[in-house]
Ligand binder design. Structure first.
Ligand code: NAP
Length: 436
């Protein structure tokens, strides 16, 4: 059989990696797919820029629409990123009846509902394994491998840059700004690192994971996002003294009231495997009723690892090209007419335990006032740690670990604690999850 002809939109890290992996493993890939897979056209902003792949035999253009419209191209890989023109290009490919593979989490998180509807109507596939956790096949694992389970919750370290920063802060006692500058030098962080450190990139991926785990439409606008910019070196070491690690987690949990969808720094017990996922690596922990916890770990970014996921999607597309569209694996794991409209909970309704760091005047009665406020709000304390005042300071840090409580009630307690005259700075608050 003739090879399937693919057009790439984007020939950067992921596009170049995809060309390389397809060429390097072409024999194995065609044995798996049943047909060869050949890149015949590609677009980029610059034609003459140096590439990580050999482009011999690939028609190059600066016009991505020319690739989509190219009659020889049967499958379009969108690997350029951003929302526009990526959205328009993907919709155009679908309109032309071409299957699409994309690595673009922002596009899927923001416009996936529209894109999947169009693909469904036209009977084509839109595959997006590379959009979440790079090379880790977590979409396939949840959508297909766990299809017999009711998924209760999932928690992921799904931004490598953020995890690299927190790991360096812990291992080397470095400050946030200093490590961020290094991450930028090493090419991990974007030039504008907001998406990484403010949790937006992680929220894009979490939105996708929640949809395929619970069978709900994509709702990025309802995800709660808190970044890691306010985590101090001291928080990292106090957490360690209490037996915890701080990780920037994306958490999606099904409760009786609705779905929690949140990205924030989180204390997790250091004995958990996921607490030991360090550096730029990604991991997703999924709790399901039949199999229990399963953990997916590996490279969340990079040319070859991400290409691994793109090529796996291409193989899936090729295998199903002849299958009846009704019998394909649904985009969001559940049949489109079986998606549920579960409410996404506001953060005030979310229940977690808390790590609180107070900066207090060193005088009698302060701790009694604080514990009374917590007791008034029905918040019970698991541990209190009073540290020495740092050099050149008289105020002392007090660390409190609480049991689980609704966030709304904790917000009231924090407001009252901050109003005490002996409390000198805003209370630093990090949520705690046992992930048991
Ligand atoms: P990249 O290295 O910046 O490559 C982007 C490519 O698209 C480049 O070839 C660029 O052309 C081209 N391009 C960008 N905007 C264009 C436009 N308006 N018109 C025509 N061509 C355009 O990006 P990347 O890291 O490969 O990321 C691509 C996608 O994969 C993004 O959605 C990203 O979120 C996702 N992703 C990346 C990774 C990773 O490790 N990098 C991991 C998972 C998912 P030039 O080469 O001429 O600049």
């Amino acid at each position: 059989m003739k090879p399937v002809k693919v057009g790439l939109l984007g020939l950067g890290t992921v596009g170049g990696g995809t060309v390389n992996v397809l060429r390097r493993n072409q024999d194995e890939i065609s044995r798996r797919a049943g047909r060869g897979i050949e890149v015949v056209a590609a677009s980029a902003r610059r034609i003459d820029a140096p590439r990580i792949c050999d482009t011999t035999g690939i028609r190059l253009t600066t016009d991505p629409f020319a690739v989509v419209n190219d009659p020889e191209v049967e499958v379009v890989c969108e690997l350029m990123g951003g929302v526009e023109p990526a959205r328009e290009l993907v919709l155009r490919a679908i309109e032309l009846g071409k299957h699409v593979v994309t690595a673009n989490k922002m596009l899927i998180a923001l416009h996936g509902n529209e894109i999947f509807r169009a693909a469904q109507d036209r009977g084509v596939m839109v595959a997006f394994e590379a959009a979440v956790a790079g090379g880790i096949p977590v979409i396939k694992a949840i959508r297909e491998g766990l299809a017999g389970n009711r998924i209760e919750w999932l928690a992921g370290i799904i931004n490598g840059t953020g995890n690299f920063i927190l790991t360096e802060m812990r291992d080397k006692g470095r400050e946030f700004d200093d490590v961020l500058a290094e991450a930028q030098r090493l090419g991990y962080a974007e030039a504008d690192p907001t998406f990484d450190v403010e949790g937006i990139d992680a929220a894009h991926k979490l939105t996708i994971l929640a949809s395929i785990a619970f069978g709900i439409p994509l709702q990025f606008d309802k995800a709660v996002t808190e970044g890691i910019t306010r985590i101090t070196r001291e928080d990292v070491s106090y957490a360690e003294a209490l037996g915890y690690r701080i990780k920037h987690l994306g958490i999606a949990r099904r409760t009786a009231q609705g779905v929690e969808l949140r990205v924030h720094p989180t204390l997790i017990p250091e004995r958990r495997l996921i607490a030991n996922v360090d550096g730029v690596k990604n991991a997703v922990l999924v709790m399901s009723d039949a199999v229990g916890p399963t953990l997916y770990y590996g490279a969340g970014a990079g040319a070859d690892p991400t290409a691994s996921a793109v090529v796996a999607d291409l193989v899936d597309v090729v295998r199903t090209m002849t299958a009846d569209p009704e019998n394909r694996v649904p985009h969001l794991a559940f049949q489109p007419d079986a998606l549920r409209d579960l409410p996404i909970l506001p953060m005030s309704e979310v229940e977690t335990a808390y790590y609180l760091r107070l900066t207090a005047e060193d005088k009698p009665g302060v701790l009694a006032d604080v514990t009374r406020i917590l007791a008034d709000q029905d918040i019970s304390i698991e541990a209190i740690l009073q540290k020495e005042a740092p050099e050149d300071e008289t105020d002392i840090p007090v660390i409190i670990l609480t049991h689980r409580v609704k966030e709304g009630r904790m917000n009231e307690a924090i407001a009252r604690i901050e109003a005490l005259p002996a409390i000198k700075r805003p209370v630093a608050r990090i949520r705690v999850e046992s992930l048991g």
